[in-house]
Design a protein around this ligand. Structure first.
Ligand code: ISE
Length: 338
């Protein structure tokens, strides 16, 4: 069975997923595209022989769309996801699921009312082989119970449009999700300290930021968020347990020795660093759809948790206080006890 996919949003990530669904993933066909910029939708659709829909509602309702990918502007995600749920169609939504906790809960309620999972949220680090190997080690008990996690999330530079809240909402949200999954634990508080800022930033930006999280099991997480590090795109994660530690490997790269130097390449953007993770994420999403089973990736509840925690992190930086994440109890529908 070929899964016919409609894509809402033909910006950069939407076009990359259209390419992925067409050239990388077997068993999928992009049949419809829409975007607020009709010309952009036309170009993206023409490349893969898809047609253009006037808007998300038309695309979701289309008879030749079995599943939906939402890659539009973040504040529009909730509307499209809710429409897809109402139509009973599986929907992959790039982060964030929604920009407010309230809208995330509307999606959670709608999916629970529907009665089976339809929503998957695009936290691709769970599909990175390095993080998956880390989870295998932690789950095996080889390092004992996790105690502390040290992370760094470094971008070479960000544009002037990138503001201080985005360090949590757009960037650290990846660590927030992947660490909840890695530790099988919930983040219960956030704190942000701001060291001396780099001179290599736009004046409005607080950069770097040190984000400190505590989990329900008492694990402490420190994350250096540095989005103007200059030297490259560098993601580090080390989990320290009672009997050892496990560390995220750097991406494989050859070592070159010449002229008295030994060097390896440092990647410069998140696309290159996680291209394999994105491919695996979509292969597994499509395979589940083709098999008629529910999505197994990050759920609407994970999307809610990420939005609550990242919003609390913004509040923590703005207030200078430690902020409780104050999440609702996790419903049994999503593996909780409520
Ligand atoms: C971007 O939106 C991402 O998702 C990247 O993974 C992250 O590293 C980057 O900082 C964000 O702006």
């Amino acid at each position: 069975m070929t899964v016919r996919v409609g894509v809402i949003g033909a910006g950069w990530i939407g076009r990359d997923h259209i390419r992925r669904l067409t050239e990388i993933v077997t068993g999928a066909q992009v049949t419809a595209v829409t975007d607020i910029d009709a010309a952009r939708a036309e170009v993206a659709a023409a490349r893969v022989g898809a047609r253009v829909c006037a808007d998300g509602g038309e695309l979701i309702a289309a008879n030749d769309v079995d599943a939906v990918v939402v890659t539009s502007w973040g504040p529009t995600h909730a509307e499209h996801v809710l429409t897809a749920i109402a139509a009973g169609k599986p929907v992959f939504c790039e982060k964030p699921l929604a920009t407010t906790a309230e809208d995330c809960l509307r999606i959670v309620e709608a999916e629970m009312t529907h009665g089976r999972r339809l929503v998957q949220v695009g936290f691709m680090r769970r599909y990175d082989q390095g993080y998956r190997q880390m989870k295998q080690v932690i789950d095996s008990g080889r390092i004992g119970e996790p105690l502390v996690v040290h992370c760094a999330h470094r971008n070479p530079t960000v544009p002037e449009s990138y503001h201080s809240d985005m360090a949590a909402l757009d960037s650290a949200v990846h660590e927030i999700d992947v660490l909840r999954w890695l530790l099988d634990d919930e983040i219960v508080s956030a704190q942000v300290v701001t060291p001396r800022s780099t001179s290599k930033r736009f004046a409005h930006l607080k950069d770097p930021q040190i984000m400190l999280f505590e989990t329900a099991k008492g694990v402490r997480i420190d994350l250096e968020m540095f989005v103007n590090c200059q030297y490259g795109y560098d993601i580090q994660c080390e989990t320290v347990g009672e009997e050892g530690l496990v560390r995220l490997p750097d991406p494989a790269a050859v070592g070159v020795r010449t002229a008295g130097q030994h060097s390896t390449v440092v990647l410069t953007d998140w696309v290159g660093r996680f291209v394999d993770a994105f491919d695996t994420e979509f292969r597994e999403w499509i395979a589940n759809l083709a098999a008629g089973v529910e999505p197994t990736g990050p759920s609407a509840w994970d999307g809610y948790a990420a939005t609550v925690i990242s919003n609390a992190t913004v509040e923590a930086r703005q207030s200078g206080r430690i902020v409780a994440t104050d999440m609702k109890p996790r419903p049994a529908f999503y593996g909780g006890t409520a």
